[in-house]
Structures are given as structure tokens and as C-alpha cells.
Design a protein around this ligand. Structure first.
Ligand SMILES: *Cc1c(COP(=O)(O)O)cnc(C)c1O
Length: 411
């Protein structure tokens, strides 16, 4: 139990992950609690991108598709991400955005379950997940989206459901589904199961194989530190791959793209879920982040994530009682992800005051302050100091000096 700042510092000195902090170019004077929204820049990314720009693109030109193996980047990096999520190398590719990957897999799933039209999901799921599901439903006759309150989802998995689509760790509350339990229930009802791992991959232990999951997508720019707008990834369990087809039948998913034939013929295996030419520079940056995540021991990450979380919650209890905050994340480590969320009616202005003091978290409508407690590069003393600064913002009512939210700003 950490009860003083000196003890927090001592916990950092004994932390097996502390070497990772120097791998990231975090600015001085900033406590970065938003790695769940945009991961920081790995120091190695600059050199790696420079080499790709000068050597591969600049000098190699078009030869680099083969010589630098650009063409294999989606499969190679997918194979690495697979190790972070309990999948086999031939079950994951890095490609497109999470939204586009959702569209591909949801459409494939609904088409693979004729006679069933329901895409079952949680009301309040991440917006793009809901919007994409609505778009898929509009594009397939008989399909519809059923978005239910969280506590009703499990019992609603019935024989009308083609696919259950859930986000493993909820973006607002950090509440985590029991992946094995829900997947088993979907299978018992004859439905496919699609997991969005955007807030999980690189943050919490995921074992898609052990859970017998069918489909998954996830984000490259959050805990994988791939950079703004980094390519995302998708997973299709190997036994399902050749029975599903992508609605975005682009040439990179063709059985022999460079035969230039007129008719689409899907590739065997996971490659059929690729669409267009891979974004090589984005993939290059993503690979650096994924390589770092692979160096860390997942058990160490999970242990430290829980320790940082518990410290944050304990310090909130001690320092912010009576200031109107409410913890909206589950306290049970098995039932939550790696960020902690508080609600407060003045959440927006409080977060702006924190950011002005170098503590960067974010705000989600209507009243949620989110703090990402990323174990790779954050320490116990960072958490300690962040709560002290939040306390000073409340004690001095510093948030009152912040402007109200202007429309159109990214929060
Ligand atoms: C971040 C996130 C996304 C992002 O989708 P993009 O296509 O990259 O904009 C999607 N789903 C969830 C659950 C996320 O957290």
C-alpha cells in the first residue's frame, strides 16, 4: 500500500517496466494520461521513418515493394500484433482504419448467417462502431442493428442474431466484458462474435484463441503507439477465413493481384480481408510501437496497470472527497481496462485546467474525465502527482478561469 510520495518513488525504482519510459519521447513537464486516445511517440520511430523515407522510398523507389518487403507489411505486422492478442500469425493483418475493418467484418458476418439479420450490440458503444453497424444494416436487406443497455445484452443473444459486436473495454467507463463467457453464449445461439479491441490490445491480456473468438478489430494509435491515424488491425479465426468474404473486394485481397485479371477472386486465408495498397509509412511507424509492446511482459503490464489504477483510486478517495467526483469505472481489476474515469458536472473545464498544468487526460460527453494509466511509460509517482495537481485545481477553483467548451474542438 503506497501512502507517501516517497513510497510511490520507491515503487518506481523497483518496477521491472521502468526501462520502457526512456523509449518514448515524452515532453518535459507533462504527465501523459491519454495514451488510451493517442499513444506517445517512441524515440525509435523518428530514425525508422527517416530510414524508410531516405533509403526505401528515396533511393529504393518502386523496387522497395519487393526489396524492403513493403508488400508484406500488413501480414508481417499483423503477425506481430497476433502475439499480443492470443492469435496465430496467419489470423491477423494490419490494414485500414478500425471503422473500415468493422465494416468489412460485420458485413462478412451478416452475409455468413442467412436467415438472421440482427447485429446485436451495446447502446453507448463507441460511436463509430454503432454508425458502421447502421451502415452495414442499410446495405444488406433484412439486416438491423439492435443496441441494448449493457445489462440486457447477454440475454438478448438469440436465434435472430447473426453477429454480436462488443467493445471489450468500454471507451468511457473502462468496463470490461468477460470475453470467454459472451463468446460462448454467442456460439450457443449460433451467432458469430466480433470483439473491438481498441482499448485492449497492448493494455490488458487478451487471448482470442482461448476464448474461441471469431472476429476482432482494433486500433493502432492507442496502446500500440503507432502514431496519429495509424493503420488498424483485424482478426479472423483461421477456420472461418475461407468461408467469409470481404465486401470491399479490392485488389490487395485478390488471389493474384499482379495478374491484373478482370474478375475478383479472393485470396485464401486472412489476405482476402485486405483491400487497397498498404499505407507503408503509417505501417512503418506502427511496427515500431508494436515491437516495443512485444518486448514487455504482459503479466508485468497487467500487474502494473492494476497497481497504478489502485493508487489513483486510493488517492482520489483521500484527496478529492467532497469535491463532487464520482468514480464510474469498475473497481475489480478483472472487470476493467487500463483507464480510470470520473464524472463531474464541471468535467470539461476541470480537464482544461489540468491540461494547462501539464496533466493531459481527456473529456468525454457529457461529464466524464478519462485518465489513461498506461503501464509502459507511466510511474507511480506520476499518478501521485497527477492527483495532487487535480486536488489543487479543485481547492483553488482554478477550473472557473477556463472557457466553456467551444463547438467543433477535438476533446
Ligand atoms: C478508437 C476507437 C475506434 C477508432 O476508429 P477509427 O476508425 O480509427 O476512427 C473505434 N472503436 C473503438 C471502440 C475505439 O476505441
Amino acid at each position: 500500500m503506497i501512502e507517501t510520495q516517497a513510497q510511490a518513488r520507491a515503487a518506481d525504482a523497483a518496477d521491472p517496466l521502468r526501462v520502457f519510459r526512456d523509449r518514448f519521447a515524452l515532453p518535459d513537464g507533462v504527465i501523459y494520461l491519454d495514451g488510451n486516445s493517442l499513444g506517445p511517440l517512441p524515440r525509435a520511430t523518428r530514425g525508422r521513418l527517416d530510414a524508410a523515407l531516405r533509403g526505401e522510398w528515396g533511393d529504393g523507389l518502386i523496387r522497395s515493394w519487393n526489396d524492403a518487403d513493403w508488400i508484406a507489411a500488413p501480414a508481417r505486422i499483423g503477425g506481430k500484433i497476433a502475439r499480443l492478442i492470443g492469435a496465430a500469425a496467419n489470423e491477423v493483418v494490419a490494414a485500414d482504419s478500425t471503422s473500415v475493418n468493422l465494416f468489412k467484418l460485420l458485413s462478412a458476418a451478416v452475409r455468413a448467417r442467412p436467415g438472421r439479420g440482427v447485429i446485436l450490440t451495446e447502446a453507448g458503444n463507441f460511436p463509430t462502431d454503432l454508425y458502421i453497424a447502421q451502415g452495414v444494416a442499410e446495405s444488406i436487406p433484412g439486416a438491423e442493428v439492435r443496441a441494448l443497455p449493457r445489462e440486457e445484452v447477454f440475454d438478448a443473444i438469440d436465434s435472430d442474431v447473426a453477429v454480436v459486436m462488443l467493445t471489450h473495454v468500454h471507451y468511457k467507463t473502462a468496463a470490461r466484458w468477460d470475453m470467454a463467457e459472451i463468446t460462448a453464449r454467442a456460439h450457443a445461439a449460433g451467432a458469430l462474435m466480433l470483439w473491438d479491441l481498441s482499448h485492449s490490445a497492448g493494455a490488458v491480456a487478451v487471448d482470442l484463441r482461448a476464448c474461441d473468438a471469431d472476429l476482432a478489430v482494433g486500433c493502432g494509435y492507442k496502446y500500440l503507439n503507432g502514431g496519429p491515424g495509424a493503420p488498424a488491425f483485424l482478426f479472423v479465426a483461421q477456420p472461418l477465413q475461407d468461408g467469409l468474404s470481404s465486401p470491399l473486394s479490392g485488389w490487395m485481397g485478390h488471389a493474384s493481384a499482379f495478374d491484373f485479371s478482370d474478375d475478383y477472386q479472393p485470396a485464401d486465408g486472412i489476405q482476402r480481408f485486405l483491400c487497397g495498397t498498404p499505407p507503408v509509412l503509417g505501417l512503418t511507424a506502427l511496427e515500431v510501437g508494436v515491437d516495443i509492446a512485444l518486448e514487455a511482459d504482459m503479466a508485468d503490464l497487467a500487474r502494473k496497470s492494476a497497481a497504478l489504477w489502485n493508487l489513483f483510486a486510493a488517492r482520489i478517495d483521500v484527496r478529492l472527497a467532497g469535491y463532487g467526483f464520482e468514480l464510474i469505472s469498475p473497481r475489480d481489476p478483472a472487470a476493467r481496462g487500463s483507464h480510470i474515469s470520473l464524472s463531474h458536472p464541471e468535467g470539461y473545464r476541470i480537464m482544461q485546467a489540468l491540461i494547462a498544468r501539464g496533466v493531459i487526460g481527456d473529456f468525454r460527453d457529457p461529464d466524464v474525465l478519462r485518465f489513461g494509466l498506461t503501464p509502459l511509460y507511466l510511474g507511480h509517482e506520476d499518478v501521485w502527482r497527477a492527483v495532487e495537481i487535480l486536488h489543487s485545481v479543485m481547492r483553488d477553483e482554478a477550473w472557473r478561469k477556463q472557457a466553456e467548451r467551444a463547438p467543433g474542438r477535438v476533446t
